[in-house]
Design a protein around this ligand. Structure first.
Ligand SMILES: Cc1ncc(COP(=O)(O)O)c(C=O)c1O
Length: 434
């Protein structure tokens, strides 16, 4: 006979989904739909499947986006599909029945299965994966945790993300490290130009190169592995900011050859908003200080980076459901679909007089994000007009040498949406010229 406490636990576990259990909400809600859609594209390669609207229709329906507002700023943060929202709600209700018991004794048991799921998705060892709240937290943990001393140099770019730039500047002010920024003129379609840009800034004091895998402002994909190979040949470690690449392009984190990697999961993975992941190469864990406290700061256990205090276990556990959803689509299919959507609108608007693209359309150098501008309009004018006249949400970018509107579709974006967007840009361009 099963003891009473065990029976209660089994009953509670049955109420849990995502990382915990094979009977996920995704399977209950969408398995049949997806199985049929997947059969319809099983004879197609990922590029062909990207253009098969029958396959993408159930995926579009799996989100709860507002039909009256076209969200083309998925680069900022992406919505979660309904199954992920429901998982979070279930975990939240359970947590509120008795937070310290349900969160710390029940939901907490999902963390190790979740670590394994994330590791599998990342192509990494579970012992190298820490779960946290966003890319800022992941990468700041690395930046503040590195044992750098006064005079040690770090090379980054003016086009990196501000939260990382500020962290290096803070370390420069606090610890006397030297933070050097190079600058790129994107788009660039030549790996050697990029690798050389970093290499020329190296001195005998350089210890770290920081690379943004996909540059958030204009979506340029950086050749991280080539940069890392060059850096390692000089004895330099590499930090990769994968906020925009993880869950979007089909790659394995170790293939970047970097030493440290941080990402948000609430962008292209469509995990609950406020979830992130950090990867540290196994032999680098010991020397990296945790950002928050730990009883053994120089432990080799990746869990030392998870002493975050009380945080949302429902959000964290919802990540498992997002991985189920992502895997049901298929990583490569998802990458090709989102790139197809970007190409769909970008190749149409670039034919309009007065319209300029700020991103390469070579698949090697871009995927979801593309910058666009209209002659005679500032980025602010263009994004405001798109919103005020057409209820299309984008973001105006003015940063360093970049000035454009950033447009980012996601798997739920439809072709009719993009036709409306192209028509809106066309009207605005012709009235800006008039
Ligand atoms: C390149 C890059 N890195 C890091 C971040 C930070 O992400 P989060 O706000 O989720 O911490 C962003 C956010 O947009 C980003 O674009």
């Amino acid at each position: 006979m099963i003891p009473n406490s065990r029976r209660i636990f089994l009953k509670q576990s049955a109420a849990l989904t995502g990382a915990f259990s094979l009977t996920s909400l995704f399977q209950q809600a969408h398995a049949a739909d997806f199985a049929a859609a997947t059969r319809s594209v099983s004879h197609l390669n990922a590029l062909e499947a990207a253009q098969n609207e029958d396959f993408w229709a159930p995926i579009q329906r799996a989100y709860s986006v507002n039909p009256n507002l076209m969200n083309l700023n998925n680069g900022g943060v992406s919505p979660a599909p309904i199954v992920v929202q429901e998982a979070v709600e279930r975990y939240n209700q359970l947590s509120n029945e008795g937070p310290s018991y349900y969160m710390w004794q029940i939901l907490d048991q999902g963390r190790e299965p979740l670590r394994q799921k994330l590791a599998q998705l990342a192509g990494a060892k579970p012992a190298e994966i820490a779960i946290n709240r966003n890319a800022t937290e992941s990468l700041n943990t690395v930046i503040y945790g590195l044992p750098l001393k006064a005079g040690d140099e770090v090379i980054g770019t003016k086009q990196d993300y501000p939260n990382m730039i500020q962290a290096y500047k803070q370390r420069a002010e606090r610890d006397g490290i030297v933070y050097k920024q190079i600058s790129f003129d994107f788009p660039i379609e030549d790996d050697d130009v990029i690798v050389r840009g970093y290499e020329q800034a190296i001195t005998p004091k350089t210890k770290i190169i920081h690379v943004t895998h996909m540059v958030n402002w204009v979506g340029q994909t950086m050749p991280v592995a080539k940069i890392a190979d060059m850096a390692h040949a000089h004895g330099i470690e590499v930090i990769a900011d994968g906020a925009h690449s993880f869950g979007l392009i089909d790659f394995q984190v170790p293939d970047l050859h970097a030493d440290y990697f941080g990402t948000s999961l609430h962008k292209f993975l469509s995990a609950p908003i406020g979830t992130g992941m950090m990867w540290v190469k196994e032999d680098k864990i010991e020397k990296l200080w945790p950002l928050t406290c730990n009883s053994v700061p120089h432990s080799t256990d990746i869990r030392k980076f998870e002493t975050l205090g009380t945080r949302s276990f429902p959000l964290e556990q919802g990540i498992g459901e997002a991985i189920n959803f992502h895997e049901a689509i298929g990583s490569k299919r998802k990458e090709e679909r989102i790139r197809y959507l970007k190409d769909y609108w970008a190749t149409r608007v670039r034919e309009i007089p007065g319209v300029e693209l700020h991103t390469s359309l070579n698949p090697k150098y871009s995927c979801a994000i593309c910058g666009v501008s209209v002659k005679g309009m500032t980025p602010g004018d263009l994004s405001s007009a798109l919103f005020n006249k057409y209820k299309i949400h984008t973001v105006g970018i003015v940063w360093e040498n970049i000035s454009c509107v950033r447009v980012t579709p996601h798997v739920y974006t439809t072709i009719p949406d993009l036709d409306r967007f192209v028509a809106a840009v066309s009207e605005l361009a012709s009235s800006a010229k008039a």
